[in-house]
Design a protein around this ligand. Structure first.
Ligand SMILES: C[S@@+](CC[C@H](N)C(=O)[O-])C[C@H]1O[C@@H](n2cnc3c(N)ncnc32)[C@H](O)[C@@H]1O
Length: 353
């Protein structure tokens, strides 16, 4: 942790050791004691650094003395990072913490100072062991281009949320700590003995939250990324929900065929693949039962949200289904006027004439 060491020569009062506690209390309650300096003592006296000598203190011996500075913890890494002052306003205010790893995005202008930023984040966050410079998630597997800039050279960690533990490799698998509340919310909606499909399960945080906090019959956790599948299996074992989740390493486009073999009747589908979930909507409609619920996630510009909903409705119509409850929840801001949205869509299957 960062320390400011040294001494300051300043005013204090000398008090007999036997009166020490009484006077300390008085000085502290009246906001006279300097809290940035350490109280000192010798065999017979104690020395309090004070802000002023008020009338009430007249009866005590006033002294000038060296007082040791207290260790102070900076509130933010911004206070200690060694960069030119004209760039300070560009320092990011937020960053992601996954387990004991910080993932920080930097603007072009600060890339030259990535090491300084990394070191200061490490010093000001006591449980952090590694700081990584990251690009936004991208590509089919929604993974990040990552570089360790401070601390231990590793990208694997264990993240905890709501008493669950998730092993993650932040370089090879997607994971977002900011969706914890959303996962918990979905788990509270699950009814006894439901069959659930987590179509883009990643390291299985939705599946595990549901298996742990609800009582489903089974959750099928599907992912195409072999690393996500490997971590999902570990996480399911570590959270003791082996009997509730089946991990499937496959393309979600294959879901109908896979579930057909299992004779599964699906009550709920989770589609957490922003930007692309819409192109799998027909697949989700193909497996869901009448009155089933699809938790659909996307990232959209404000003005493009309704266009997407209309597209989903059209897809449903083509699949002889009607969609209910198309209320949009803005879960978080992704970029200016661009949101991570969630919909809990109820699907009515139109029976053939
Ligand atoms: C945004 S992540 C969501 C992961 C997880 N649901 C979570 O909340 O952490 C999307 C996941 O979908 C997986 N994925 C992408 N395309 C897929 C496909 N065609 N079939 C199955 N999984 C796919 C990616 O590998 C990634 O793990």
């Amino acid at each position: 942790m960062y320390l400011i060491m040294g001494t300051i020569r300043t005013t204090g009062i000398q008090v007999d050791l036997r009166q020490a506690e009484k006077i300390r209390k008085y000085l502290s309650e009246n906001n006279i004691l300097r809290t940035d300096l350490k109280i000192s003592k010798d065999a017979s006296s104690i020395y309090f650094p004070v802000k002023e000598i008020s009338k009430e203190l007249d009866s005590y011996t006033t002294i000038e003395r060296e007082f040791e500075k207290r260790e102070t913890k900076p509130k933010s890494y911004k206070e200690i990072v060694a960069i030119p002052d004209n760039l300070r306003h560009e320092l990011p205010t937020s960053y992601n913490i996954i387990g004991n790893i910080i993932l920080v995005k930097l603007p072009e202008s600060l890339l030259k100072y990535q090491k300084e930023v990394g070191e200061s984040l490490l010093k000001t966050n006591k449980n952090i062991k590694t700081v990584c410079l990251t690009q936004p998630v991208s590509g089919e597997f929604r993974i990040r281009d990552i570089k360790v800039i401070a601390g231990e050279n590793r990208t694997k960690t264990t993240h905890k949320e709501y008493g669950l533990t998730f092993n993650v490799d932040v370089k090879k698998t997607y994971f977002s700590p900011t969706l914890a509340t959303e996962r918990k919310r979905v788990a509270t909606l699950v009814k006894q003995d439901e069959t659930i499909v987590d179509m883009f399960a990643g390291v299985a945080p939705f599946s595990i939250m549901i298996a742990k906090y609800a009582n489903p019959k089974i959750v099928y956790a599907i992912d195409k990324n072999e690393y996500a599948v490997k971590f999902a299996k570990q996480n399911i074992k570590n959270n003791n929900v082996l009997d509730k989740i089946e991990v499937i390493h496959a393309d979600a486009k294959e879901i109908y065929r896979i579930l057909n073999q299992k004779n599964a009747k699906v009550d709920r589908v989770i589609m957490n693949l922003p930007f692309s979930a819409h192109s799998f909507f027909t697949n989700a409609l193909g497996i869901i039962g009448n009155n089933g619920v699809i938790h659909y996630y996307d990232i959209r510009k404000e003005e493009k949200i309704h266009e997407r909903i209309n597209k989903l409705k059209k897809t449903a119509k083509e699949s002889r289904a009607t969609l209910k409850n198309l209320n949009v929840r803005k879960i978080k801001t992704y970029a200016p006027r661009e949101f991570y949205i969630g919909l809990d869509i109820t699907v009515r299957k139109n029976t053939p004439m």
